[in-house]
Design a protein around this ligand. Structure first.
Ligand SMILES: Nc1ncnc2c1ncn2[C@@H]1O[C@H](COP(=O)(O)OP(=O)(O)OP(=O)(O)O)[C@@H](O)[C@H]1O
Length: 257
């Protein structure tokens, strides 16, 4: 699905990504973690073809970046980020916001086919938001809005779903509801790449973990191999204990970190 080989990105004097290699195969779902400024969003922007590396090779869904039309590749990629959420029109009814996901634009300026509306409403119902379909997006809670974004990204039936901190800013209740939806992505034919700051968001859906430190891959591979207290301590410079419960990792910070 994704093959990044020896990717580096230089900005002036700074090496933002430093010889990063990462491979996401079909059937795998990856969680990417790392400290603030370690390069996670930059990595996602490269997967989407919004940023090009200074050196290295990126292949996504069989297209080699630099030799393909990235706009075509992006049609097969769903991208969920705070920036996108901020661009959506708060006055538009929720079902319409979801329906625009079937197309490459943010708002409709023509009649929406009934079939597309039906698909949007079905996705909202699947996420227990059917009763809110006619409400303006701006009246929904932050958690509900994030679910709307997820539903919207699924409209185009993406092969790859890239999520940049989709649970940021959610309370415990809203976050768990969102995580239920994310875990349910296993029923779809889609590979997920998910950036988060919180280890406990690595729900059972996820098969692999990548840890980024100062623009380099500190560790990457099957989650139970990669996610250990030693690798977390190396990535975050903090003393922790790590426990798995129902195939979900939890962190306890030791006194004084
Ligand atoms: N346009 C830019 N010009 C120069 N430096 C940049 C630019 N964009 C990002 N950076 C730098 O690149 C580094 C990595 O940024 P990035 O946003 O990828 O990190 P991140 O791991 O996603 O951080 P966070 O967890 O805080 O969101 C940071 O040091 C950032 O300041």
């Amino acid at each position: 699905m994704i093959s990044m080989e020896h990717i580096s990105l230089r900005r002036g004097e700074d090496l933002i990504l430093d010889d990063v290699s990462l491979k996401v195969n079909k059937g795998e779902h990856w969680a990417i973690l790392g400290r603030n400024g370690s390069g996670k969003t930059t990595l996602l922007e490269m997967m989407n073809g919004y940023l090009f590396p200074t050196s290295g090779r990126i292949e996504v869904l069989g297209h080699i970046y630099g030799q393909s039309d990235v706009r075509e590749v992006r049609k097969e990629i769903g991208y969920i980020s705070q920036t996108l959420l901020e661009k959506l029109a708060l006055k538009d009814p929720v079902w319409e916001v979801v329906a625009t996901g079937a197309y490459a634009y943010l708002r409709f300026y023509q009649a929406i086919p009934e079939e597309v509306k039906g698909q949007a409403v079905a996705l909202l119902e699947e996420m227990n938001l059917g009763h809110r379909k006619n409400n303006p997006l701006g009246t929904l809670s932050q958690g509900e809005r994030k679910k709307v974004m997820l539903a919207r990204s699924l409209m185009a039936k993406p092969k790859l779903l890239i999520m940049d901190e989709p649970c940021a800013g959610l309370d415990l209740f809203e976050r768990e509801k969102m995580l239920v939806e994310i875990d349910r992505l296993r029923k779809r034919d889609v590979s997920v790449v998910y950036v988060t700051h919180h280890v406990e968001e690595i729900v059972p859906l996820f098969t692999h973990v990548g840890l980024i430190r100062e623009g380099k891959v500190a560790a990457a591979g099957p989650k139970h191999e990669v996610l250990t207290k030693e690798t977390i301590m190396r990535t975050y410079d903090i003393q922790v204990e790590l426990q798995w419960d129902a195939d979900r990792p939890w962190i306890q910070v030791r006194n004084g970190g």
